[in-house]
Design a protein around this ligand. Structure first.
Ligand code: KG4
Ligand code: ZN
Length: 356
């Protein structure tokens, strides 16, 4: 029997410090430490994020290794997020990964965070992952229904990115369209901030929207060519709307919170879904996935699911724990790179901007 491949994944691109252990493609431990410190500032403060990463990284890695039940001496390689992200945050994870790999005398694997969000779809049960492993070697289509088969489209929606990606293979991805200004997650967070809700506002808008009327308030949608997105006009329109209504009734937000949240969420989802439908039509691909923090949004998940009956799409929606930033997605990407002997040297530096 061949030796097991054990990958330690480390993620520190923004405000979550995360570590995960994957053995032969199977997830053994997935630990995330969120940074509460940013709440009081209404957004991520880069310097505070990197300091918190420094405090969290050792306990988080230690906890992931303990939970996985493996011995650190048996780790085959260390995978880390190289970018894109906040430079100070990336530096902590990168430096730690390098030192840890050097200490264990194992290879180092660099991972693109946006690619990892998409490859999170391949973190699965042991049998599913084994399928992927054999696929990488034999180039045969996957037979696992829970995981997308190539080619598929992925709408990657996070706090920093909004992209429609054509995924031809694990490491063959083309961005078909992206935001020209704010990301979808930013649109959620900024709308929440305008309503004086704490950061990050996306999950709160999702929660209040559940019992609101999505058609109560109308917001102007952007007219952007091709498959690109824009959310900054929506943010300004929303701010003007809230300011005008609050001038008339100071309690407008609290009295209409659920309807406002449902309406702004509905608008963001319509913007995303209309471009996704356009991309599916243009490429003639109907295997459609979503990824990134905003893919945790229940309205978006429902809208995507509906296309199965409406348009005959086959849709792929990640488990909640793999939507927002996590290290399991870094470890699975590292695992696939390990299979290709795709390693980097100790001189590898993080990249704040890192395209797919
Ligand atoms: O992928 P992620 O964890 O970090 C980045 O790489 O940016 O995404 C974070 C973003 C934040 O903007 C957050 O508000 C949003 O994802 N988010 C949500 C939900 N959960 C997280 N937005 C809407 N509804 C949610 N349930
Ligand atoms: Zn992310």
């Amino acid at each position: 029997m061949s030796k097991s491949i054990i990958i330690l994944g480390i993620e520190s691109s923004c405000d979550d410090t995360a570590a995960a252990v994957i053995k032969d493609g199977k997830l053994l431990a997935n630990v995330v430490a969120n940074q509460e410190i940013h709440r009081q500032y209404g957004g991520v403060v880069p310097e505070l994020a990197s300091r918190a990463h420094q405090q969290n990284i050792i306990p988080v890695v230690d906890s992931a290794i303990r939970k996985s039940g493996i011995l650190k001496e048996n780790i085959s390689a260390v995978a880390f997020t190289r970018g894109p992200g906040l430079m100070g945050s990336l530096l902590v994870g990168t430096s730690f990964a390098k030192a840890f790999a050097m200490g264990l005398n194992v290879p180092l694997i660099e991972v693109n965070h946006m690619q990892a969000h998409i490859l999170a779809h391949f973190i699965g049960e042991e049998s599913g992952i084994k399928n992927q492993e054999s696929r990488i070697n034999s180039q045969q289509p996957t037979t696992n229904n829970k995981q997308p088969s190539f080619p598929f489209l992925c709408l990657t929606v996070s706090g920093g990115h909004t992209q429609i990606v054509l995924v031809k293979d694990y490491f063959d991805m083309t961005v078909l369209g992206e935001t020209i200004d704010d990301a979808a997650g930013e649109a959620f967070d900024k709308a929440a901030k305008i309503m004086l809700l704490p950061y990050p506002g996306g999950p709160l808008i999702d929660k209040y929207a559940a019992t609101g009327n999505p058609l109560k308030f109308k917001f102007t949608k952007p007219q952007i060519p091709e498959l690109n997105f824009s959310f900054s006009g929506l943010k300004t329109g929303f701010m003007n709307f809230i300011n005008n209504e609050t001038a008339k009734n100071p309690n407008f937000v609290s009295e209409n919170l659920h309807d406002i949240c449902a309406s702004i969420q509905h608008t963001i989802i319509e913007i995303l879904m209309s471009k996704l439908k356009k991309a599916a039509f243009q490429t003639n691909i109907n295997h459609i996935a979503i990824a990134g923090g905003v893919s945790a949004n229940s309205g978006l998940r429902n809208a995507l699911k509906q296309t199965e009956t409406e348009l005959g799409w086959k849709t792929f929606i990640p488990d909640f724990q793999f939507c927002t930033d996590n290290a399991a997605m870094i470890a699975i990407t590292g695992y696939f790179k390990f299979m290709k002997n795709d390693f980097v040297s100790q001189s590898t530096a993080p990249l704040a901007r890192y395209s797919l």
